[in-house]
Design a protein around this ligand. Structure first.
Ligand SMILES: C[S@@+](CC[C@H](N)C(=O)[O-])C[C@H]1O[C@@H](n2cnc3c(N)ncnc32)[C@H](O)[C@@H]1O
Length: 419
């Protein structure tokens, strides 16, 4: 087996290669340190090739977020953004990215048309440098347009190669723990090119840690953050969500206004890695916490008809550390009247596929249009819906349309200038 072709490690790499979902260039860097004793000290910081997975439609927003973090070589693609970062950049990406669902660190890229190539390519990675026999691991696989078509098989074969390599070097092997592994390995096969990465996030990043219970149709936190970003809201005018449900949009808006990182309440996969730099992480956390400010009263408000959803919304805000800084009111859309003469309204009405029936919803969409037109002059309205037929009942001309995916559902965020 020719190890030299395929190996890259987080924290020990050159900047030569890039991740691109559709075309993965060859990998050039090399290292092999089998059986090397693991030190408690952080390893030297070198650049890593990373990939932030984001909801489709939010790639440009995520790229901007990364650039604001001072991260270089940012390349938005389909379903994610590739970038290059050192350890501080990687930690900050996990802590601060509002639209990304996970951040992967690339280890190896190799051609793979069958099980033997997969095993050899994975075995060639310097796993003993990353995982000890005492640690646990899990493998997630996603496959597209490739000869191997069974993701369960790919995960199993990958796991075999990893544990065999570690057993060969250390004499014993790590166990698998699919619930809470120390190291989560991600395998992506696209057009017979296999990319093996470490998942630095652990739990998906939309699990901010503030959502206690789920209501019927909550928006994913990452998608809500993307919606807020696409509206261009910067905290200088009020933001109102008249159908807020469990308050995901107000919560994400408030986190933004508070300059609070969305990941402040949770832990991340990289904290269990051998090269975890605790001091660096604590410095980054301290710096982030020092920048947090209070959300001004009346800046972010939510309304809904459903008392239970409102209860969850209030609890979520408190859990996010923003108790009393966002206000929720029990009110029907039909009574909605925004306070003040300008601001941003974001409405995520039911759209039939998950809640309610289309017949009942036509009237609601007509009312949304009427209320925005008659009572919201001077404001900018946004409606996020997965049902374009229903959207026509709003009856106003949208000045912009953004395509976003809520999981598999293709949605539109429609913008209305209300004057
Ligand atoms: C798609 S859900 C919103 C989900 C929300 N974005 C979240 O993350 O939880 C639509 C919400 O509209 C509310 N709703 C339905 N009809 C309403 C009406 N006439 N007035 C106010 N709220 C209404 C429902 O109670 C539901 O919470």
């Amino acid at each position: 087996m020719n190890e030299k072709k395929h190996i890259l490690r987080p924290g020990r790499r050159s900047v030569a290669n890039r991740i691109d979902e559709s075309a993965v260039p060859p990998v050039t860097a090399v290292e092999s340190v089998s059986g090397k004793a693991v030190s408690d000290l952080p390893k030297p910081d070198e650049l890593m090739t990373c990939f932030a997975a984001v909801p489709r439609g939010a790639e440009e927003i995520a790229a901007l977020e990364l650039e604001k973090l001072g991260i270089g070589d940012v390349r938005p693609g389909k379903g994610g953004v590739a970038f290059v970062a050192g350890r501080a950049g990687l930690y900050n990406a996990n802590l601060w990215l509002r639209t990304a669902s996970r951040v992967l660190v690339q280890l190896a890229v190799f051609p793979c048309k069958g099980p033997d190539e997969l095993y050899a390519g994975v075995f060639a990675i310097d796993w003993p440098e990353l995982i000890t026999p005492e640690m646990t691991l899990a493998v997630d696989s996603s496959l597209r347009d490739s000869a191997l078509t069974h993701s369960g098989f790919v995960s199993l074969k990958t796991k075999d190669a990893v544990v065999d390599r570690i057993r060969e070097a250390c004499g014993s092997r790590p166990n698998v723990d699919t619930d809470s592994p120390d190291v989560r390995i991600n395998v992506h096969l696209h057009k017979n090119i296999c990319t093996v990465s470490l998942d630095s996030s652990g739990d998906s990043l939309d699990r901010r840690g503030y959502r206690i219970e789920r209501n019927e149709a909550p928006l994913r936190e990452t998608l809500a953050a993307a919606v807020v970003a696409l509206t261009g809201w910067d905290g200088s005018v009020p933001l109102v969500d008249p159908m807020c449900g469990s308050g995901t949009i107000p919560a994400e808006a408030a986190l933004l206004a508070a300059r609070m990182p969305p990941g402040l309440q949770r832990s991340f996969g990289f904290q269990r890695w051998l090269d975890f730099d605790r001091r660096l992480w604590e410095d980054l956390l301290r710096e982030a916490e020092a920048g947090v400010r209070k959300v001004p009263p009346g800046l972010v408000t939510g309304y809904d008809l459903d008392n239970r959803a409102l209860l969850l919304a209030g609890r979520n805000i408190a859990k996010a550390g923003l108790e009393g800084q966002v206000h929720f009111f029990h009110a029907a859309l039909q009574e909605f009247q925004p306070q003040g003469d300008r601001g941003v309204i974001i409405i995520n009405p039911p759209y039939g596929m998950r809640m309610g029936a289309d017949d009942d919803l036509r009237e609601l969409y007509c009312q949304i249009g009427d209320i925005m037109k008659k009572r919201c002059r001077g404001w900018t309205g946004f409606v996020l819906t997965g049902n374009l037929e229903l959207a026509k009942y709003i009856g106003l001309k949208a000045s912009r349309r953004y395509v976003l995916f809520n999981g598999p559902i293709e949605c539109r965020l429609l913008k209305y200038e209300l004057y």
